[in-house]
Structures are given as C-alpha cells and as structure tokens.
Design a protein. Structure first.
Length: 429
C-alpha cells in the first residue's frame, strides 16, 4: 500500500485563488512552473509575481497575476470602497470575456485530464451562479478582462498546483465568508456577495471571526466546490504547512490561508471491509476498478479469483475503508464495476505506526520512503513507483537503483537506532 498524500485547506480567514496559489508555492510547488503558466494558457505578456510578505507577523507567500499594462485584480473591500470583481451580461462585453471562451481556452491548453476536467467544471459553476444572480443564461455571462485572466490563472494554477505536489485527495475545514458590505458595479451588496453565496452552497461555513468585508471570493468558493472531498479524516499526520497571503493587510488579523500537506493515518482502529463477487466483467477492468476504489478512499484493495454460481469463474474484490469514507467507496464499486451488491463488515485492525519522508535520488529527484516503527526497531521501504520512475529517467534497471538506495538508507540518521530490517528495500505492498 502506498501512503496517500492529502492536503487540508484551512480557510479560517477566507479563501481566494491567489491565496491558494501562494500557499501551494510555499509548500514547494515550483515557482518556474507558475511563472510559465500564463504563456501555456495563451496569455502572452501576462506575468506572475511571487513575493514573501508579512501578515500580522506571519510569513506568507503572495502571488499576483499582472496584465501587460501592469493592472491586476484588486481585493474586495468593506463598504465604502470599490468592488472590482464585476461580472456582466454578454451584451456589455467590450473589454470582457464570456465564460464559454474561457472554457475553450482551458480545453485547448496542455493540461492533464484531471486538471482540465476540474477547471472546466469550476467555470461552469461560476457561469451558472453569475447567470442566476443577473438573470441571464450561463453562456451569456462575461468577466471583465482583468478578472477573467486572473480567474483562469488562479483556477487552473491551483488545481495543477495540487497535482504538482502529488496530492491525491483534498479536504477543507469550515470556510469564513466575511461580514459587512462590499461595493459592486451596481451598488452595495451584503457579504457574502450573491454569487459567492450560491457557490458556497454545500460547504461547511464558520461564522464570527475578525474578517470585515469579503473573506471568500467566488473563485475561492468554486475551487473548494471542485476540489474538496469534505472535512479532514479523523486521523492524519502533518508533513508541511504553507501560508498564502491575501491582498489586504489588516492590522488586527492575519489575512492568510493555511494549507497543510499530510498523510492519512489508517493504522489501528475500526475499518470497514467492503466486498463483492463479480462474474460478468472482463478482468482487464479490474485494475481501473482498484484505482477508483483507492481514489474514493480505500486504504487497501485485494482481488482474487473465485468460482461463482453455475461454475462460472468470478473475482472477489475486497476494500479496506475508513468508516467515514465507506459510502463513497461503495458508490465507486457500483459506478466502476458491474456488481449489483456490496457486503459491508465492520472490523478492527492494528498496524505499525508509519510516516512518509523523501530522500534525494542521484538525478536530483525525490524518492518517497515509508518508515514504520516495529517493536524491534525502525524499518524503511522506498516506494517502488518512485524507484521505477528514477530507473526510467536514467535508463537503468529498477534493481540497480534500489541497490543504491539500499546503501544510502543503510546509514542510520543521527539519533536513530537501525533495526534488523533497516537496510532492506522491500517491494511494494
């Protein structure tokens, strides 16, 4: 079993696209990748500025998308200032881009299917919300030029940024929407602004707090909608934390978003066993089923051949799932296989405590190593997927790369005692 890297978004001070981008860069998303993103999206001359800033004594990363003329999307302010995030019908589209054009741009861009699908979904949700607010069809909704380009870079960049960090699942704590009023193109509006309120439907909301004005933008809300798998799991282990700064810098609270990279902690406690027998599906679809079950939250999936009724060959598929994710994994069984029934059993298990770290490979890349704490000492196991990736890049055998890692890991780190299995490079579970 490969340890799963998850991300936990903590929007206690609200959330926006630039705050998310800043947090991802702080967590290690490459700056060069982000600076090159506008040109990949077809926006010649658009630049991305990355700065380290202070928010109430907290070091955070600020990302600004700037057009060739130097303009950029400004923050929403409390009542009395101008709200710059204006959305207008297609009839008034001089200097504006309507949403179908933005979706076409995303569909043409060199993006992975995972990123493209979520980015397109985000803009469709945005168009639907703005259309409902203004009483126009979604395809007639347009964003002013600065806001449109900023939204495309923020949305695509955030989704691809999580992909850059190797995150397989994203969770979110309750989101703060803010308080008071903001000025829009047609006058003062209560916080949350109407489009944000629609996009926040289904999200966990926290009230109170010090934020005056708009804490969560439509872009921030829609990114939570398309990325979040819900609240964090009951148990998880943090590996690193990044802070992304908002545009405003109030003196009484840190206007920053925290994103934590973590590992799911499946060891010990209750586990749900979901199982089914399948006798009418081609075996080649078992691996996509396994991947779908793991993506839905299973911590392990086993498949073995059995003999079904009337002498038919069949396959038993069994998934171990944390109780809060049992329904999601059961839905994946029904969606990605031909089964019409899934058995569910509650069980207990005990496994060794573990953590995931990274070590440098010879070519400068990183290899994940799973450490587990056994009664007779520390054990470690490099991930086979990473070993194979290094071997392919170097044109060498996986065995040769594994041998080098074995020698490297055979030297205990300061303060650690090597256990009897410390120098063994084990194969993937």
């Amino acid at each position: 079993m490969t340890s799963e890297r998850i991300a936990i978004i903590d929007p206690a001070a609200g959330i926006s696209g630039d705050m998310l981008l800043g947090a991802l860069v702080a967590l290690g998303a490459p700056e060069a990748w982000l600076r090159e993103l506008p040109s990949r999206l077809g926006y010649a001359g658009v630049s991305v500025e990355i700065a380290r800033v202070d928010r109430c004594g907290l070091a955070a990363t600020k990302v600004t998308v700037r057009l060739p003329d130097g303009s950029h999307e400004g923050p929403s302010q409390p009542h009395g200032s101008v709200h710059s995030h204006a959305h207008v019908p297609l009839a008034a589209r001089h200097g504006h881009h309507h949403v179908p054009e933005l979706i076409e741009r995303i569909e043409r861009a060199p993006l992975s299917p995972w990123v493209r699908q979520r980015a397109v979904q985000a803009f469709r949700l945005l168009a639907d919300a703005e259309g409902r607010v203004h009483g126009v069809p979604p395809e007639h909704v347009a964003l002013h030029e600065v806001g449109a380009i900023d939204a495309v870079v923020d949305i695509v960049g955030t989704i691809e940024g999580f992909e850059q960090l190797g995150v397989s699942r994203i969770h979110a704590r309750p989101v703060a929407l803010g308080s008071g009023w903001v000025h829009a193109a047609h006058g003062a509006l209560p916080v949350p602004a109407p489009a944000t309120a629609l996009l926040a439907e289904g999200l966990d909301i926290v009230t109170g707090g010090p934020v005056a004005g708009e804490a969560t933008t439509p872009t921030g809300a829609v990114l939570l909608r398309v990325l979040s798998a819900g609240p964090p799991p009951a148990r998880w282990r943090a590996s690193s934390t990044g802070w992304g700064a908002g545009e405003r810098d109030p003196h009484d609270y840190a206007n920053a978003l925290r994103v934590t990279l973590a590992e799911a902690v499946p060891e010990s406690g209750e586990i749900v066993v979901l199982a089914t027998d399948i006798d009418d599906m081609t075996p080649e679809f078992l691996e996509p089923l396994r991947a779908a079950l793991m993506h839905a939250g299973a911590v392990d999936v086993q498949v073995w051949a059995t003999q079904g009724k009337k002498g038919r060959m069949s396959f038993r598929v069994e998934a171990l799932v944390p109780p809060p994710l049992a329904d999601a994994v059961a839905n994946a069984f029904f969606r990605d296989s031909t089964t019409i029934g899934v058995r569910r059993t509650l069980a207990e298990r005990t496994v060794l405590a573990r953590r995931l770290e990274e070590i440098p490979a010879e070519d400068g890349s990183r290899v994940r190593v799973k450490y587990s704490e056994a009664p007779n000492g520390l054990r470690w196991k490099p991930e086979l997927d990473d070993i194979q990736a290094v071997a392919e890049r170097q044109g060498r055998s996986a065995l040769e790369v594994a041998g080098e890692l074995q020698l490297q890991l055979g030297r205990p780190r300061p303060g650690e005692v090597a256990g009897p299995n410390d120098t063994r490079v084990e194969e993937q579970e």
